[in-house]
Structures are given as C-alpha cells and as structure tokens.
Design a protein around this ligand. Structure first.
Ligand code: NDP
Ligand code: OXD
Length: 316
C-alpha cells in the first residue's frame, strides 16, 4: 500500500507472539515501523500508534500522534488511560475472522454445557460407560447474549442456526432475524429471566463493570450457565462461585479474569463446575490487524472519515 512518509509505533503487550512488525512492514513498505521496547525513537516523530494495553501516559507522550489503532476489539485497556488525549481519534479493531473465532468459542462452550460433555469426559477418565440423555431440549435452552455488537451478533446468529432460542441485550434496540432484542437497563431483568445460558460480550465501561454479580445471577433461571468472554472486570468472581456452590447456577466457562494471567492460587482453576481458558477465545491475527491499520492510515492521509471510531465519552 502506497502511503505518504510517516512513522508508526507498534506497542505489543509482553507475551504476545506473531509476526506483528513483519506484517506491517510488508503492507506499508514506505513507512517507518518502530517497535516500542525494541527500537529507539523520538516521541515527537511518531505519527500513528498501534497498541492494545499501552502503559498509561504513553499516548500523551506522543505529542504529534494523529490517530491510535487498537490491536484488539476491546479498547478498555486504552480508554482507561486518564491521560488519553481526547482529540486523538481511536480506531477499534473490527474483523470478520476475529468475530468468527469468538463465535466458534461461544458455540463450542454452549454445546459442551448443553450436551453434558464434561460428564462424559469424567467417566472416560475412569473407563466407565455412562449413558445419559440430553437434560434439556435445544428448543427449551434459551441463550441470552449481553452485548449484541459485532461479535455478539455473529454468536447469536450461529446459535439461532442451531435452533437455540436466542435473545440479545444492548443499549439500543437491534433487528437481527430470529433473535429477540432487549434494550437498556429497564429490560435487563426480563432478559436475564429468560437466559438459561448467559454469554457476556459487552465492552468494559463504567456502566458494564461488575455486571455479572450476585443480583444478576439471582435473576437468571435456576440451573443457569454463564460464559464470560468479554473482560474479567465484568465478573464478580466470588459472586459466581457462591451462585454455583449454592446450586443456583450449574456452572460457567471463563476466558477472561480480573487478574491475567489468572494466579495459580485462584480457586477458579480447580472448581469442578468451571472451565477456565487463558484469554484465547479469539486471538487477533497480525495480518488482519496490519491490513486494518494500513487501511486506516491510508484513509487518514486522504482526509477520509475513519471507520470504527471509538466514542471516547461512551468508552467503546
Ligand atoms: P461492539 O462495540 O461491536 O459491541 C458492544 C455491544 O455492547 C453493543 O451491542 C452495545 O450496544 C452493547 N453495550 C455497550 N454498553 C452497553 C450498556 N451499558 N448496556 C447495554 N448494552 C451495552 O463490541 P464487539 O462485539 O466487537 O466486542 C465485544 C467485546 O468482546 C470487546 O469489548 C472485548 O472486551 C471482548 N473480546 C474478547 C476477546 C477474547 O478473546 N476473549 C476477543 C475479542 C473481543 P449498542 O450497539 O446499542 O451501542
Ligand atoms: C480483544 C481481545 O479485545 O483479544 O480483541 O480480548
């Protein structure tokens, strides 16, 4: 992609792997691509930043940065920086392959729960043949999706296509074929009351933090199941364990945690009714991210309106 000369700073979280800089350099051969923590750079020379969880203050220190590109769909790690300069546009990563992987993860864990797969795993481990009917009909297993955005909508459509009755909850009302839409704080309680499986796909904001709490679980039907693939900050972990141990909830699948990596001492690791995965529901593909960053920079240089802009006041 031909671009005007510019400098892009790539700020990758420690532990991330993949050919991030290579993908960006391949797509933008005329650009200067620098990697934070590896390359020396002059802050004032940085035109664009691609990042996921920047150290607070990094963006403010880049006095001439023209736009920031999030390498993840969730931007809570960027907008939480109190020094984020409000005049700098923030572009979110929206990608079909990311949404598709998220939908695969959600469908898989809905089915693992619905088909009692963990029950069969436990008996296989001790060489025991234990048949058991599916406990509830698909038509009677209502899935509720908190957050009917890019990813939530794809999850809803895939589950609907498997004949699960699906509803979604969002700030504004949605129109997704075959998916009942609930909107706003006033419709949260009726939405929860008909969510046998509750999937969280909300962005983490001041309004959604700790939304998965004791009150929320009490409003769900007895025997309900929770899947949190959004952010650890959405869930009050102790409330979840209490709701499962009391017998009100049947269990949970968690991909995201208040503290990541999840400390080895966390009781969540060994809870017999909780499945833990290490924030892998979907991993950003470096090539897809590079192509979205390159397209955004090209649009910005042409003076076009940027797509997928984050509303900094709303926080997503
Ligand atoms: P979107 O911004 O497309 O969708 C967010 C949805 O949440 C929208 O429907 C929005 O409603 C709704 N919402 C936001 N605030 C509220 C509120 N206060 N009350 C009710 N509804 C609200 O986000 P994505 O679908 O792209 O991503 C969702 C989240 O998934 C990300 O923020 C990230 O945290 C997580 N994620 C996790 C990954 C993982 O590997 N575990 C990978 C990728 C993403 P409305 O449309 O009306 O504004
Ligand atoms: C994301 C994530 O937000 O990986 O994209 O969690």
């Amino acid at each position: 992609m031909r671009l005007l000369p510019m400098t892009l700073l790539l700020d990758i979280p420690p532990g991330w792997t993949g050919p991030w800089a290579e993908s960006l350099r391949e797509l933008m051969p005329d650009a200067t691509i620098l990697v934070n923590g590896q390359d020396e750079f002059v802050s004032e020379a940085v035109d664009y930043l691609a990042t996921f969880r920047p150290k607070p203050g990094l963006i403010k220190s880049l006095a001439n940065v023209k736009a920031v590109f999030s390498l993840g769909a969730g931007v809570d790690g960027i907008v939480s920086d109190p020094d984020y300069p409000k005049t700098v546009p923030l572009v979110r990563f929206v990608d079909h392959t990311l949404a598709r992987e998220m939908a695969q993860y959600v469908v898989m864990h809905v089915l693992i729960h619905h088909r009692s797969q963990r029950h069969f795993d436990a008996y296989q481990a001790v060489n025991k043949w234990r048949q058991r009917p599916i406990l509830r009909r698909t038509e009677d297993t209502r899935v509720g999706i908190l957050g009917l955005g890019e990813i939530g909508t794809m999850c809803a459509e895939r589950l609907r296509d498997l004949d699960f009755p699906v509803t979604g909850w969002s700030r504004t009302r949605k129109s997704v074929a075959g998916v009942e839409s609930f909107a706003g704080a006033g419709e949260l309680a009726p939405f929860l009351a008909r969510s046998d499986i509750l999937v969280c796909l909300l962005p983490l904001t001041g309004e959604t933090r700790a939304i998965l709490n004791a009150k929320t679980f009490a409003l769900m039907p007895k025997g309900g199941f929770v899947i949190n693939v959004a952010r650890g900050g959405h869930l009050v972990e102790d409330d979840l364990v209490a709701a499962i141990d009391s017998g009100h909830l049947a269990g949970a699948t968690l991909d995201v945690f208040q503290t990541e990596p999840l400390p080895a001492s966390s009781p969540l690791w060994n809870h017999p009714k909780i499945t833990v995965t290490p924030h892998v529901a979907a991993i950003t593909d470096p090539r897809a991210a590079a192509s979205s960053v390159a397209a955004g920079i090209a649009a910005h240089q042409r003076g076009d309106t940027l797509e997928n802009l984050v509303d900094l006041k709303r926080g997503y």
